[in-house]
Design a protein around this ligand. Structure first.
Ligand SMILES: Cc1ncc(COP(=O)(O)O)c(C=O)c1O
Length: 393
């Protein structure tokens, strides 16, 4: 893209379109593992870093680079690092920035495998983590120790949709020389830009909204300042959790319609959440775009819209929820989220089933909680499907 066109809609279409010698208008797929050097001198210069060029796909690849530039641009960061999955991105950050004896603060409401990585893997390397209600600044402040190096926020949190204040947390963290990482998977830069709010690093499971078509598993790290980037890149290169060029191509293609898709996800989710809130069999609804969300003022401060995720519980508890899940026809009973199709799932027995019951309770992931990833179908069709399934309970 020539010139400076800063709006998100335009950037989503054009960002990362690197110069191509043949004038290709989308990034070609460099499905290669290695690159030929012109001569020994050039190979040595690439390895020494005195000349820029591609060596080996685990260390860099033009198709992957195009996607990294694209997402870094959308997030307002200085550089991006594409990974094999969202978990590979999170693991790369922890491995690069934490060491034996360090302490980390993490939102107590996070994706189940993030918690698994912290509890099962990080502890083996001597890293201590406090799981904290990061929606409370006081709790966050109280948890800071002299050896705290990182605060990891997931906001909105999966699956309760609790919100943490990114700007206020970043301020406290920076006063104590602590880095702030935000998992922005649920919001995408269309709705929330954590780096603008003061965070240092953003991660994505690009498996979700960024790709948007439920056909790729991928992750991304974006840094605000370049000083920590080399350490992250070296760690990723050594751990080896890189994205495949074809997956990078597909995600980049998906991002071109990200703004349009997010607008529709948000519109539909608001309609579906409002329908659920008014239904006699529904006990509670959590949706950041509803005025009834307990942190609605904060949502308005840091998010442009409520997003596409809704969680709710039925008056009949999980027994009734099970009947709902078994009776929907359009909504697909599946985990994951952020694709064009509406997905419905039960976190306590699915995405968060390997989280201890005690930890689930502490994070308010109640047994009756049903999570809906509202797709871009006609909202009336989604509502009709839910209404008919609710009628059968
Ligand atoms: C908020 C969040 N972060 C991270 C992940 C992990 O991403 P991946 O499955 O791409 O490894 C997920 C997966 O569902 C998620 O929901």
């Amino acid at each position: 893209m020539k010139g400076d066109f800063g709006s998100m809609d335009t950037l989503a279409v054009h960002a990362g379109m690197l110069e191509d010698e043949h004038g290709a208008i989308v990034p070609p797929i460099y499905q290669v593992s290695t690159f030929r050097f012109k001569n020994v001198e050039q190979g040595a210069a690439f390895f020494a870093g005195s000349e820029e060029g591609y060596i080996y796909t685990r260390l860099g690849n033009p198709t992957i680079k195009a996607l990294e530039v694209c997402v870094a641009t959308l997030e307002g960061g200085s550089a991006g690092l594409a990974c094999a999955s969202g978990m590979a991105a999170i693991n790369t950050i922890f491995s690069a920035l934490l060491k034996d004896g360090d302490h980390m603060i993490c939102s107590k409401v996070v994706y189940g495998s993030t918690l698994g990585l912290i509890k099962d893997v990080l502890t083996k390397f001597g890293v201590e983590t406090s799981l904290v209600d990061t929606s409370s600044l006081n709790e966050c402040k109280k948890a800071i120790k002299p050896n705290t190096k990182l605060i990891f926020l997931e906001t909105p949190g999966n699956p309760t949709l609790v919100i943490s204040d990114i700007a206020a947390t970043s301020e406290i963290a920076h006063q104590n020389d602590i880095l702030v990482v935000v998992d922005n998977t649920f919001s995408t830069p269309v709705i929330q830009r954590p780096l603008d709010l003061g965070a240092d690093i953003v991660i994505h499971s690009m498996t979700k909204y960024l790709n948007g078509h439920a056909d790729v598993v991928a992750g991304m790290i974006v840094v605000k300042k370049s000083n920590i980037f080399d350490e992250l890149r070296t760690t990723l290169n050594q751990i080896g959790g890189i994205i495949d060029p074809f997956a990078a191509f597909l995600v980049h293609r998906g991002i071109k319609t990200l703004v349009l898709r997010m607008e529709r996800h948000c519109e539909n989710a608001l309609r579906v959440a409002s329908f659920l809130e008014g239904h006699t069999k529904v006990k509670w609804v959590n949706y950041p775009g509803l005025k009834s969300h307990p942190q609605y003022p904060l949502v308005q401060k840091q998010m442009k819209a409520g997003g596409g995720m809704v969680s709710f519980g039925l008056k009949g508890g999980f027994k009734a929820g099970k009947a709902l899940l078994n009776n929907v026809k359009l909504c697909c009973l599946a985990v994951s989220l952020g694709g064009v199709e509406t997905l419905i799932e039960h976190p306590a027995s699915m995405t968060h089933s390997h989280v201890d019951e005690k930890d689930r309770e502490m994070a308010s992931i109640t047994d009756d909680l049903i999570r809906l990833s509202v797709g871009i179908e006609n909202s009336e069709d989604i509502i009709q499907d839910l209404r008919e399934a609710l009628d059968k309970i």
